[in-house]
Design a protein around this ligand. Sequence first.
Ligand code: SAH
Length: 352
Amino acid sequence: MAVTAGSASFGARLDEALRTLGQPAYRARQVREWKYRRLAAGYAEMGNLPAGLRQELGRTVPLSAVEPIQELRSDDGRTTKALLRLADNQLVEAVLMRQQGLNEEAPRNTVCLSSQAGCKMRCSFCATGHGGWRRDLTSDEIADQALHFARVLKGEGEHVTNVVFMGMGEPLDNYDGVIEAIRLLNSREAFGLGARNMTVSTCGLVPAIRRLANEPAQVNLAVSLAATTDERRSELIPLNRRYPIAELLAACDDYARQTRRRVSFEYVLIAGINDSLDEAQRLKALMHGRLAHVNLIPLNPVEGDAYERPDELAVRRFAKVLREGRVPATVRYSKGVDIVAGCGQLRAQRVG
Ligand code: SAH
């Protein structure tokens, strides 16, 4: 009997199919090992499973919930962006960033994951927000994005060292899906990536930040700040009206205390909007005495939007104010601008 496609997880469908087929329990372990550890691209590779079983599972339990339909590699070869199709034809993006290790350091291969098809948050500078929200991704749809790039990297003799939830969607608005994906990626029986190597990025859902601090797998937290006054921040990130800066920072402080992790603050720099030296001074003051790190992200302009990226000098001056105030700050130019690797931009080209 065929197991019909539905919302059940890969694990649940696998267990159900194996039970229906009268297979011993260890088969589920074998398949999981092939999927998450040995990174099989299909059931055909699973040599220790009987051929008939491989065929049956191939028909009834899709190994991956995401299907790459377009792949772009940046000119420097370091960044690969995948457009992935889900079972109901929704499209999401995931990005692989290969960073060479400095000196003796091992290379870092970071995968940027989407957590929702679309987004409800409607941040004014973000391509994903413009299209509205379609649905939450399932934990398999999220984790399988990482597995897709793990297979790509395996072909290069490399592996995924980090994942960041900085793709499409607001991860903390899909709390259960994201936590279950983290569990799958973290579990030794599945992908086995350390929680320390995972970062959840949020535009500031305060109650969910507080909940996240109490999860068994303590991941890194990144918060998209984008402005230093509530007035300006509410214009850029409407959620700020519900959870203003003071409340957000208090939740971040508690997160840092509880997890002993430095919180990162993402600050997208938009010319003439939030890149003044006054703003830099206020940001310095806000960060003062906090266990924090600031990532300055010069805007990746979204087609059709009026916002512009500040010139390099303005970016350097802004960063200098922070560093002079001993606030650790890194400028992060979006990787792969030549392959529209900014949040939601490749998908926007497809679906308009
Ligand atoms: N919803 C989450 C994660 C997705 S956005 C969040 O808001 O954090 C990931 C990061 O990309 C955020 O820091 C966001 O501010 C930034 N971002 C979004 N659109 C951008 C753009 N056009 N240029 C540069 N950074 C952008």
